[in-house]
Design a protein around this ligand. Sequence first.
Ligand SMILES: [Zn+2]
Length: 154
Amino acid sequence: MEEQVLKVQKIKNGIVIDHIPCGMALKVLKILGIQGDIGSTVTLAMHVKSRHGWKDIVKIEDRHLDEREIDKIALIAPRATVNVIEDYRVVKKHRVEVPEVVRGIVRCMNPRCITNQREPIEPEFYTVSKEPIIIKCKYCGREMGPEDIVENII
Ligand SMILES: [Zn+2]
């Protein structure tokens, strides 16, 4: 497993997000707010063979993730692992987990939902299913699937 993670290019300090579903690496960068103008090196490996089929890998140097960002990753890559690299070594490895309650990280896709009105209320969803992921708005009951979630991550 370690070998797979490090195959692309070793990084000195930063994070490696592994086991991203094939084709989702760019979306992961997008939800982390990473675009071309950041100061650190980002390495993408797309369509990498793994024991469980194909996957994408993202490596970001000199970057850490907070819990909110890890939850966002879980919503689009429920089986991802986040490896924290220090001095070329994996010092921490955690599996993301789809939260039971999704608060403040996804916008409700129903334009009439109270969370989208003039005085916005923080959007909140219950997780109905984890694979495939389906979340349900606490306020209007609208259910959102994987593509809806990707489009509406805040
Ligand atoms: Zn709603």
